[in-house]
Write a protein that binds this ligand. Structure first.
Ligand code: MG
Length: 386
């Protein structure tokens, strides 16, 4: 049994009012279309996927459509929805036993709903996901007057996926080339004389039609939290005579300084690791190994700036950074503002997003004895929508 999926993403979303077609708007940091395509690529009942795209998107397709583990074919969408589906159908018809059609604007479709719809199409020839009406359904007229109350138990709200044996979809689509605009493939299958079975849909499988729908989908996905990542960094250096004490890029008058290959700025090192860790981009030792003479006596603010470039290239921006410097001496309070400003500049952020606190170690252990300074840092990153 070969099952192919067609994702209809050819529309330009004129109802939404945004600059981008609605299927390309960001949801949880990724385009709506990417969510929809991935649901089918990851489904273990689907063998291949064809996506019908607007011509301007097809001309330079985004990487998530060209680098999937399973084959994703791209075709140009048509004027009407059924034309887009017909273009995609031409690519899959030869080997598919069952074809499932899905609207790209329903990004929250689940593997379970895909499977149940496909199973029903295998049994019955045609099946659609649909929700039973829960509200009382009225028929009204253009003047806003209720004309009729419809029997609710006979009303179902059609969703996608909609799945068909190949011959059934072929009959439906050949009717569609002549027919007027159909809002779904099932409507054409019905007109072609086929029985279409109802599969219990999913209320979360909503269609992104308005900005409010997008906000609702965002909250169903776990809200903004889905696009946030936290990272943790730690560093400790010994204090030694004859070295400058550099913390957060500020040279602090003191009779000792931190030992190390670079300027030994433990504040920059801990923040660098926190930022890299949040993006799962390795650590300071991997990017700037102390075996490499290039980083001998390096300015650690410069390393932090490079790390910030790494995470930015990976699609993240810094939300905020919080740092604790544990030093028995000297007193750091007079230097904290300058350190925060330096870190903010290196992160290409602003000082209101960087916090540094100093504390002592109550005389305990090597830090308390004035032999070392330790730094803890956390960084929160947000995935920028791309
Ligand atoms: Mg270090």
């Amino acid at each position: 049994m070969h099952v192919s999926a067609i994702i209809a993403a050819g529309g330009r979303g004129s109802r939404f009012g945004a600059g981008l077609p609605k299927q390309l708007l960001a949801l949880g940091g990724r385009p709506v279309l990417q969510h929809s395509v991935e649901a089918f690529v990851r489904s273990d009942v689907i063998h291949d996927v064809v996506v019908a795209l607007p011509p301007e998107v097809l001309a330079s397709p985004p990487s998530y459509l060209t680098s999937e583990a399973r084959p994703v074919q791209l075709v140009e969408g048509g004027e009407r929805r059924q034309d887009s589906v017909a273009h995609a159908f031409a690519r899959v018809a030869a080997r598919a036993d069952v074809i499932v059609v899905h609207d790209a604007a329903r990004p929250l479709v689940t593997a379970d709903l895909i499977r149940r719809t496909v199973d029903a199409a295998v049994r019955f020839g045609a099946a659609i996901a649909a929700l039973p009406a829960r509200d009382t359904v009225k028929r009204g007229d253009a003047a806003g007057i209720v004309r009729d109350t419809l029997p609710r138990d006979e009303i179902f709200l059609a969703q996608t996926p909609q799945a068909f044996r190949t011959a059934v979809l072929q009959a439906a689509l050949s009717l569609g080339t002549a027919a007027g605009e159909a809002t779904d493939e099932a409507m054409l299958a019905e007109r072609a004389g086929h029985q279409v079975h109802l599969v219990e849909g999913d209320p979360r499988n909503l269609k992104i039609t308005t900005p409010e729908d997008l906000a609702m989908a965002e909250s169903l996905l776990g809200g903004a939290a889905a696009a946030l990542r936290i990272g943790n960094g730690y560093d400790l250096h010994r204090l030694a005579a004859g070295r400058p004490l550099v913390l957060g890029g500020v040279t602090i008058p003191f009779d000792k300084g931190l030992q190390g290959h670079s300027d030994a700025d433990a504040v920059c090192h801990a923040v660098t690791d926190a930022v890299l860790g949040a993006a799962r981009a390795g650590d300071i030792g991997r990017h700037f190994p102390d075996t490499d003479p290039m980083w001998k006596d390096a300015n650690s603010l410069d390393l932090l700036r490079r790390a910030a470039d790494v995470v930015r290239a990976a699609g993240y921006s810094v939300v905020n950074v919080d740092v604790v410097v544990i030093a028995q001496r000297p007193k750091l309070a007079p230097y904290l503002d300058a350190m925060e400003a330096n870190l903010a500049a290196a992160l290409r952020s602003t000082a209101d997003r960087v916090s540094i606190k100093g504390k002592t170690n109550e005389g305990v252990d090597s830090i308390g004895a004035g032999e070392s300074i330790a730094v803890h840092a956390v960084a929160l990153l947000a995935r920028s929508s791309r």
